[in-house]
Ligand binder design. Sequence first.
Ligand SMILES: [Zn+2]
Length: 475
Amino acid sequence: MKCCSLGVVGCLVIASLAAAAPPAPAFRAGAATSNITPHLGCDIVGGFLPFPATNIHDQLHARCLVLDDGRTKLALVVCDLLGIDRSVSLEARKLIQQGVQIPPEHVLICAVHTHSAGSALGKTRFKFPQGADDYQQFVARRIADGVKCAVNVLRPAQAAFVTAEAPEHVFNRRWFMKPGTVPPNPFGGTDRVKMNPPAGSPDLVEPAGPTDPTVSILALREPGGRPIAVFAAYSLHYVGGVGPGDISADYFGMFCRHLERLLGAEHQEPPFVAMMANGTSGDINNINFRQPRAGRKPYEQMWFVAEDVAGKVHAALAKAAYRDAVPLAARYREPMIATRRPTADQMKWAKQMLAKPAPKPGKTDLPYIYAQRTMGMAAYPEAIPVPLQVLRIGDVCIGTMPTEVFCEIGLEFRKRSPVGSAFLVSLAHGYFGYLPAPRHHALGGYETWLGTSRLDPEASDKMLKALLEMTAETR
Ligand SMILES: [Zn+2]
């Protein structure tokens, strides 16, 4: 038989070319920031009582990253806020779907937990569901703008995942104390542990839980090596130590500036975007209770932590192995989770407390505040849809919860995850109070007080189980 004029070898080459699969679409990434600073005079939230903002120390941002594997797009947004109400996430994701066609289930929106920001939680935090107020609508729109700008600069990319260890900045803040030295709680009862005991106190016995020293780091760069974005998560509540009346993104924003400088990416076009999400830090803070440190000037401790963590992240990035193929996937669910209900005795106590004259404005009266919170919980739904999400980025899995998650829950997720490199991010898609692991409810302490904790004591087990199932589905 006679072959065509190309000869046998030429025919085989053509045949193999025709049979080859189409080239895999290139992985792309783009990142952008959106300014979400509120106006001066707004209420700064984070303490028991709000007070007005009188100065902007540093601007607040929604930091946005978009990933595209050619079939699936994901967006990750980290906001310089104490928390975000569910309504903000719903509105932002609706706008993102309309604007750039990324499905709501594929968009992660979380807050860092800076205690020096305006409130995106709404005026009445116990109202569920709630409509978005002016600032919440502004934040939602700015998040959507940031994601759109990130889409505008999508470009071929590579991804890497590394970790760094930073044990020296994280301390468990719940302590067992010597018998009889834990003060009564606002309800008149006795707790077994105390949150933020006096540093250096001779009554300290031992912390009631672990810390998580690992910084999880997802890095995106152009194939030529220029950085696009770094999404990091560390389990530290916040640092604090701001000036009076200051708006600030706390160490989260400062970390981003330090990392940008260390990478030599300060004047890059398109801009490099660093992001520091809050891992699982419900019971973790930056106070060394065993060896109290001397007083610091405003921003001094924050600068110290931010610079050190950025240095460790930068050093870890030097060892990163980047990949071109990064398949993406997402899972999103809103299981109904029971809420805590005030008992008849608690309701009676709260009504008696609120019948007394109100405390003077500006005075922190914890029994009065918790009486109000008890009434808030009485009006709260008996069960609420709790948003849970898993994003799969190559070999990495990010799980999210809409609460201030205790550290050991994050450690458990990492240990039991069916995907090798996994970590949890808190305060995503809503705010439903603290999430202690069940054993902590028996110990008591601030994070377990009714109103500070809103979900059923078994909630974390149910939420973790659901996230692990969702993670397995992305394999
Ligand atoms: Zn908090």
